[in-house]
Design a protein around this ligand. Structure first.
Ligand SMILES: Cc1cc2nc3c(=O)[nH]c(=O)nc-3n(C[C@H](O)[C@H](O)[C@H](O)COP(=O)(O)OP(=O)(O)OC[C@H]3O[C@@H](n4cnc5c(N)ncnc54)[C@H](O)[C@@H]3O)c2cc1C
Length: 327
């Protein structure tokens, strides 16, 4: 039998954005449910240490995640472990969030804070050796590679930061990058270049992951994109950090998005679907950080409160300097 659960607001995803939104909606006395498929924390659980969370010179990712969750729960938000498969706006303007076990949650407003999923290389051997050498999470898997030679693929912040982190365990870390310069921020690059355990292989792409008879990976086939030379790089680990795709697949129906698939919102974080708000990494914006995620979430939560008020009063509220809410 299908269980129906009614709330004022449903939050999909318990990363920094979801937990911050829950804090604010809970504090506004809105009945809030946070649906999270895994452990609350989102990408914070893949981040070893943060030194850019204002007020803390340095804090571990998991520790900040735990603090966020405790704080959000304090204001009454209910956390449920559930993988949301679909969010649908019904004809009466309310929403249904359906989980993969068939549970139905309904509310007149939804804040989508589902973040993004790591982009795969899409090469032979990648999936076969996932968890057997291939990884997308340094903090989860780094310790399995003590004194081993491993590789990192990518050239952005995540690749450069995680390559540096992985040298705590690995004896050597190759960084494979398809161009001859990184996109990563300067400070992260400086740390990487100063690390004697790291060697960068420029202008190269990984074409295949190979393994041995025990089922573990043992090498990466590389192609030099300038000379077209192909060679095998011996490595027992391959950490892939080549980007994220926004987790927007749960939205049932058309929504406005940018060319990369990130959700476009107005200044109140409302999407093109009235009552559906978006915050954090899945939103179209310049940068994706914890601070921007919680900033979005604060705006979204306060906007939801105003949206619900307008809905209840049957009118349209026009916050100063904004477009107002057509309900
Ligand atoms: C390696 C790395 C290092 C980083 N370092 C820093 C740093 O030093 N400083 C900084 O400010 N930022 C850093 N970031 C970026 C920062 O972690 C993100 O910007 C931030 O976590 C985004 O928060 P979010 O809540 O939008 O998304 P996420 O953190 O991705 O959280 C989304 C949550 O939604 C859940 N979810 C997704 N789909 C569903 C579904 N269908 N049903 C239920 N739940 C779902 C996910 O399980 C996840 O918990 C780093 C990121 C990475 C990858």
């Amino acid at each position: 039998m299908v269980t129906r659960n009614s709330y004022d607001v449903i939050i999909v995803g318990a990363g920094p954005a979801g937990m911050c939104a829950a804090l604010y909606t809970g504090r506004s006395m809105l009945r809030t449910v946070v649906l999270e498929r895994g452990t609350p924390g989102g990408e914070l659980l893949n981040t070893e240490k943060l030194d850019d969370w204002i007020g803390e010179k340095s804090i571990l990712g998991w520790e900040l995640a735990r603090k966020f969750e405790e704080h959000a729960r304090e204001f009454g938000a209910e956390f449920v472990t559930a993988n949301v498969s679909r969010v649908t706006r019904l004809d009466d303007g309310t929403f249904e969030a359906v989980t993969d076990t068939g549970e139905v949650y309904s509310a007149p407003a939804v804040i989508l804070t589902a973040g993004g999923t790591p982009v795969k290389l899409g090469i032979p051997g990648e999936l076969a050796f996932a968890g057997r050498g291939v990884s997308y999470c340094a903090i989860c898997d780094g310790a399995f590679f003590r004194e081993q030679v491993i590789a990192v693929v990518g050239g952005g912040d995540a690749a450069v930061e995680e390559a540096d982190f992985l040298t705590r365990y690995a004896s050597k870390v190759y960084v494979i990058h398809r161009r001859e310069a990184f996109r990563a921020s300067r400070i992260l690059q400086e740390r990487l270049f100063a690390n004697p355990k790291i060697e960068v292989i420029w202008n190269a792409v990984a074409e295949e992951i190979t393994g041995d008879s025990t089922g573990l990976m043992n090498a990466i086939r590389l192609r030099d994109v300038v000379t077209e030379d192909v060679r095998m790089l011996d490595a027992t680990g391959c950490f892939v950090f080549i980007g994220f795709r926004p987790n927007t697949g749960v939205i049932d129906g058309h929504f406005d998005h940018d060319e990369m698939g990130y959700i476009r919102t107005d200044a109140t974080m409302q999407t093109s679907i009235p009552g559906l708000f978006a915050a954090g990494d899945l939103r179209s914006q310049l940068t994706r950080q914890v601070t921007t995620a919680v900033g979005d979430a604060t705006t979204a939560a306060i906007a939801v409160e105003k949206y619900l008020k307008a809905r209840t009063e049957g009118g349209v509220v026009v916050p100063q300097g904004m477009g107002g809410y057509a309900v």
